[in-house]
Design a protein around this ligand. Structure first.
Ligand SMILES: C[S@@+](CC[C@H](N)C(=O)[O-])C[C@H]1O[C@@H](n2cnc3c(N)ncnc32)[C@H](O)[C@@H]1O
Ligand code: SF4
Ligand code: SF4
Length: 397
């Protein structure tokens, strides 16, 4: 916990209050191929794109070289399904040699088929694997993710990676199909040895801005009439988390999820974060470089790319990224938010904290609500850490 405060919280506070010299992470959608058909995903439901270029291994090597040159140490690999990109293990190993840590977000369909050698390489590269599981019930997982093997494969992958001592997190999209099943996700993930379970509601904008948003996407969210049931489920998780060696992001989403779900169904000109924050600040446009499967550099993850790593490559990644983000930076600075900001729930917990740190006076009511929660969280994590240090998990369960 102490090292997390020093390595992560303090630099973030300094960056927000004073100056962020460079982004801390690059996110790359390395492919748009996939082997699932998730109901909330434009790729999953087969909405086509007009883009014809695709990233190659050479492009990825260039991105990693640029990251190393600019001291950017985190690479988040997404997709499509990243394990369908041939050579992904070599890419992660190449990044590790340059002192860059990779995380891979996968549906787990094929990771269980990795060879011993490939797993050893992932382990040596200190990779983190996020596996997307929306339920540990076969029928729910198959229904949401459009593949009858979705749960069996994801669980096999998870078990296999954990046996090999590769850290695994679970990612869960909260929808109207699984909101009463979330506690069971945490207990199952805990039993299998996952480190964290991270929840987010359905993002109602297109995941891939080069494809039109899928019809009625917001309606996949939990209905506002059922928010109380959802909040009850989340509170049960918080209690479980206090006594078990697993983390979740529930404490971060509780202050805003009800507002998000209400606005997702009926925005009526409102932004979901207005009741939470007087002044909103988006840290993500400064902190992350988002690269699409065709090499586009996005202004942010939900806005279409107008600049490509293939144009003027000699300028370098940071210069291209500055060019790609100049307009959004200026618009946000002048209070001109985009329609997609109202769908940006996956970044909101961090943006909420960032807004409070950036504008503590204007956001004083949020500060009063959020800071005690954060303080209690740090305290309870420290106590939990000390407890499990003295009493190993195997004895305490
Ligand atoms: C787009 S996927 C790509 C990686 C991989 N194919 C997977 O599913 O894990 C990355 C994450 O976004 C989640 N996701 C996809 N569509 C979403 C949506 N509309 N709202 C919220 N999360 C979504 C997925 O469940 C997954 O956890
Ligand atoms: S969410 Fe991931 S697994 Fe599901 S369809 Fe989209 S890219 Fe594929
Ligand atoms: S959609 Fe808006 S809030 Fe989200 S990352 Fe982009 S600019 Fe920031």
């Amino acid at each position: 916990m102490k090292s997390k405060i020093i390595a992560s919280y303090l630099p973030e506070i300094v960056a927000l209050r004073f100056f962020r010299s460079k982004p801390g992470k690059v996110t790359v959608n390395i492919t748009d191929r996939c082997n699932q058909h998730c109901i909330y995903c434009e790729i999953g439901v087969g909405i086509p794109t007009l883009k014809t270029d695709r990233l190659s291994s050479d492009d990825l090597i260039w991105i990693i070289d640029q990251m190393a040159e600019n001291d950017i140490r985190n690479l988040s690999i997404c997709g499509g399904e990243p394990f369908l990109f041939e050579g992904i293990i070599g890419i992660v190993a190449y990044a590790a040699k340059k002192n860059i840590r990779s995380s891979i977000t996968t549906n787990g369909m094929t990771a269980w088929m990795l060879s011993e050698k490939e797993l050893d390489s992932l382990k040596e590269s200190n990779a983190l694997i996020n596996i997307s599981i929306d339920s540990f019930r076969d029928d729910i997982q198959a229904g949401i993710r459009g593949n009858p093997q979705a749960l069996t494969s994801a669980v096999k992958s998870m078990e296999w990676l954990i046996v090999k001592k590769i850290p695994v997190n679970v990612l869960t999209v909260i929808s109207k199909y699984n909101y009463t099943d979330l506690f069971a996700i945490v207990t199952n993930a805990y039993k299998k040895g996952a480190k964290e379970v991270l929840f987010q509601p359905v993002i109602s904008a297109s995941n891939y801005p080069d494809r039109p948003v899928l019809d009625q996407k917001a309606r996949l969210n939990v209905s506002p009439d059922h928010v109380e049931i959802l909040v009850g489920e989340l509170k049960r998780i918080l209690k479980f988390e206090r006594k078990h060696q697993i983390k979740t992001n529930v404490y971060r989403i509780l202050p805003w999820i009800g507002y998000y779900l209400e606005t997702a169904q009926k925005a009526e000109g409102r932004r979901f974060f207005d009741p939470v924050l007087k002044s909103f600040f988006c840290r993500e446009i400064d902190a992350i470089i988002d690269i699409t499967y065709d090499g586009g550099i996005q202004p942010c993850g939900l806005e279409p790319a107008m600049v490509s790593i293939r144009d003027n490559r000699e300028d370098g990644l940071l210069a291209l990224w500055s060019e790609a983000t100049v307009k959004i930076r200026n618009d946000l600075l002048n209070g001109r938010y985009y329609e997609v900001c109202n769908a940006c729930c996956h970044h909101f917990s961090r943006n909420m904290l960032a807004s409070v740190i950036k504008y503590p006076f204007r956001n004083r009511s949020a500060l009063i609500r959020i800071m005690p929660r954060l303080f209690l969280r740090i305290l309870s994590q420290t106590i939990k850490h000390c407890y499990f240090y003295i009493v190993p998990a195997s004895i305490s369960t």
